[in-house]
Design a protein around this ligand. Structure first.
Ligand SMILES: [Zn+2]
Length: 561
């Protein structure tokens, strides 16, 4: 069994961190003030479902242990043991992210009025509740408006802003936090000891650093390393097991890029790949390092003081700050984040990495030309009306004359054109609306493996035309379908599917149309060439072509500075 399941806390006392939540819940249980609806929000891997289960146990325990400061389930009575085993009929766990989520809510509505079969309370734990459909939310809302005395709802989500306000307002809300570095280190040491494994302090530190405050991630990493190395685990063992490069290696890679030696940087990547370096891990290391350099550029020493890294590594970051200006670095980071998502789908992991390198440094040349100085590009989003919208997201033509490294880019492009033939795409930059419309069924099929429901929602739409901004206009008759596809993540699944089938990334925009206007034959579809012009301008207003400190913060979740 996975470590995080084996060591899942069974009592409030065993929970790591989240003391503000544990204490409040214990006090409520002691005073017999059990709420009927709870909303647990916070990052993944921070204990939401674990605490939900302990709460379910504590509320149902036949012999709770009540002390001056606490309230604990006994963990021995019939209720506690059946809940811990997962065999209690009255505890229902629903994963809203799964396809059965809607059915489960309907089922819940029907059965909620029946009394629990064996426990005191029926407890419904709905994980990833933000994924419920509008219909399911409405059904849930009706239940929450008049909850029966014997029911407790615990809704958990990583995205509280996607939960309707009407639901949130009926719940007691608890915000879970990232765990502190020290809390994760202590738990790692405790578990390593139980597993008869010696974990060096610097190694525990390193795992905690890699897990970014999510205990579940830390335990998964520990497990991965333990399967590779028995006995004593050192920091170097972790690097080897996970394919993590030394900071000095990443730093010299950044130095090449900073000096404009893109070609040499690409060769360095090839050498690493030749040595068996995992590209996914390489990209992760680059993102982490680039982020540290960027944030120390923006906030100086104060930021470095927050990092749990060695003095030499801090010194190196200080020096690397001068290697690359923020605008260049930010453009590169954005592309790296893209690459991270593309890697899984690429047959040759080197291709997306190479393209990111070329794209970043060509884009930078153009961005610098647009703004007077790199510093200006960082402090204010570019407002130049001459610059087309979504500029940074459009493919950069490799053959653009006069661009730095263009001859090298040509070579790379030719090399990959020989190695990989993109199906039915004679030129990657001329995909036409007819092609997309013809291949729409293939695109639907391509989206399916990534997310079944996205493919289903997409079926509710019809591709119409490519608007003057180069976006594919998809018309929907139902706003629900349109809203689902407009979610950032879903949008990118659709764009990836178009890329897979047509060999080019075409941004999409969604449009709501009245039912009567729907042409039935593909031939009629061309009769609406201007459909894109009527698109709501608000739909793309959140996509800024420039780069700013705000962008940087958004990219990192805005939690560091
Ligand atoms: Zn009990």
């Amino acid at each position: 069994m996975a470590l995080y399941l084996t060591y899942r806390p069974q009592t409030f006392n065993a929970v790591v961190g989240q003391t503000h939540i544990v204490r409040t819940l214990q006090n409520a249980l002691k005073d017999n003030r059990i709420g009927h609806a709870y909303l647990f929000t916070g990052p993944r891997g921070t204990g939401k479902t674990s605490i939900a289960r302990i709460l379910a146990k504590a509320a149902n325990c036949l012999a709770p242990v009540v002390t001056e400061t606490g309230f604990e389930p006994c963990d021995q009575c019939h209720s506690c043991t059946s809940i811990a085993r997962g065999s209690a009929m009255d505890i229902v766990e629903i994963d809203a992210a799964s396809n059965t989520g809607v059915d489960n809510i309907r089922d819940l509505r029907e059965k909620i009025s029946f009394r629990p079969t064996e426990l005191r309370y029926k407890v419904y734990i709905i994980d990833e509740v933000h994924m419920l459909s509008k219909g399911a939310f409405n059904a849930l809302l009706k239940t929450l408006e008049e909850p029966p005395d014997h029911a407790i709802f615990i809704l958990a989500t990583t995205e509280p802003y996607e939960v309707p306000a009407t639901i949130v307002s009926r719940c007691q809300r608890y915000d879970f936090r990232f765990l502190q570095h020290r809390e994760i280190v202590e738990q790692l040491q405790k578990i390593a000891e139980s597993e008869h494994t010696a974990l060096e302090d610097t190694a525990a530190d390193f795992i905690a650093q890699l897990s970014h405050g999510a205990l579940r991630d830390a335990l998964s990493l520990l497990e991965q390393i333990m399967s590779y190395q028995r006995g004593t685990i050192t920091r170097d063992d972790i690097k080897t097991a996970l394919g993590i490069l030394d900071q000095s290696q990443i730093s010299s890679f950044f130095a090449l890029l900073g000096a404009g030696k893109t070609g040499e940087a690409i060769l360095a990547v090839h050498r690493l790949a030749g040595q068996g370096q995992d590209m996914g891990q390489f990209i992760k290391s680059c993102i982490e390092y680039g982020r540290q350099v960027l944030l120390s550029q923006l906030s100086g020493k104060a930021y470095l003081d927050l990092l749990n890294i060695s003095a030499e590594d801090k010194q190196a970051i200080q020096e690397d700050k001068k290697l690359m200006d923020s605008a260049k670095l930010l453009a590169f980071m954005k592309n790296l984040l893209e690459v991270k998502n593309q890697l899984r789908k690429s047959d040759n992991p080197l291709v997306p990495v190479e393209l990111a390198l070329l794209q970043s440094f060509q884009e930078t040349a153009r961005n610098v030309a647009v703004s007077a100085s790199p510093a200006a590009a960082v402090s204010t989003p570019a407002q130049d009306p001459a610059q087309p919208q979504e500029d940074t997201q459009q493919p950069v033509p490799f053959s653009a004359p006069g661009k730095k490294e263009s001859s090298f880019a040509e070579k790379i492009k030719r090399k990959h054109a020989e190695a990989e033939t993109v199906p039915d795409a004679p030129s990657a930059h001329t995909v036409k609306e007819e092609t997309i419309i013809q291949k729409w069924n293939q695109i639907l099929d391509a989206a399916k493996p990534h997310n079944h429901s996205v493919a289903a929602f997409l079926k509710g739409g019809t591709p119409r035309t490519i608007d003057p901004e180069g976006r594919l206009v998809i018309e929907f008759q139902y706003s629900f379908h349109k809203e689902q596809i407009e979610k950032r993540l879903n949008k990118s699944i659709v764009e990836d599917a178009i890329f897979e089938v047509c060999g080019q990334r075409v941004p999409i925009t969604c449009l709501l149309v009245a039912k009567a206007g729907k042409p039935t034959a593909p031939a009629a579809q061309k009769s609406l060439p201007g459909a894109g012009n009527t698109a709501d301008p608000k739909q793309t207003s959140d996509e800024s072509p420039g780069i700013s400190v705000d962008d940087a913060l958004k990219m990192f979740g805005g939690k560091v500075v």
